[in-house]
Design a protein around this ligand. Structure first.
Ligand SMILES: [Zn+2]
Length: 183
């Protein structure tokens, strides 16, 4: 079978360099490359779009979406800090030994509804939720900033022949979300 990818281009959504399908001229399917950040799960939403070299409308949409979500997470952190909202549960720190089949090192700690927590447990739960929301806010802004800079550099340029050397894909730390690798 002859190769179907002779060129590569930057993905409008994740910013990584990916293969372009010769037949459609659109980016081939690829996994997301943004480590541990909930927005991109599974197949990157940039697959099936033009590369950023050819078009930036989808990138502009993603940038706007990153800004909107970053602002929502930032507001969420503020509301938690102000006590307007609170996490659903608190961690009691007590190991759950109810299922003897679970190895001891894998047993979770018991969580109870927020209202049933001690003052200390509630305070700790709020602190953790605030820092998680702040990290998410930052991760969305970082991705938006990266895409904005990339679009300014890349849009309108030629796509790359497959043999071109490229820098390694950008991977940065975000938040563990939906079963990410970090514990
Ligand atoms: Zn992508």
């Amino acid at each position: 079978m002859k190769t179907t990818h002779t060129h590569r281009g930057h993905c409008q959504a994740c910013g990584a360099i990916q293969a372009i399908d010769n037949t459609t001229g659109l980016l081939a399917k690829h996994g997301y490359r943004v480590a541990g950040f909930g927005y991109f799960m599974g197949v990157c939403p940039g697959a099936g779009h033009q590369s950023l070299e050819k078009e930036r409308a989808y990138t502009d949409f993603i940038i706007a979406d990153m800004r909107r979500l970053a602002a929502e997470y930032a507001q969420h952190a503020l509301d938690l800090t102000a006590g307007k909202i609170h996490p659903d549960t608190v961690d009691t720190g007590v190991r759950d030994d109810s299922n003897p089949n679970v190895p001891i090192w894998k047993r979770p700690t018991i969580r109870v509804p927020f209202a049933q927590g001690t003052e200390y447990q509630q305070k700790r739960a709020v602190e953790l939720a605030v820092s998680a929301a702040e990290r998410e806010s930052r991760a969305h802004n970082v991705h938006g900033d990266m895409l904005a800079k990339l679009a300014a550099d890349i849009y309108g340029k030629d796509t790359l022949p497959v043999k071109t050397k490229e820098p390694p894909a950008r991977i940065y730390d975000g938040l563990k979300f939906n079963g990410g690798a970090k514990a």
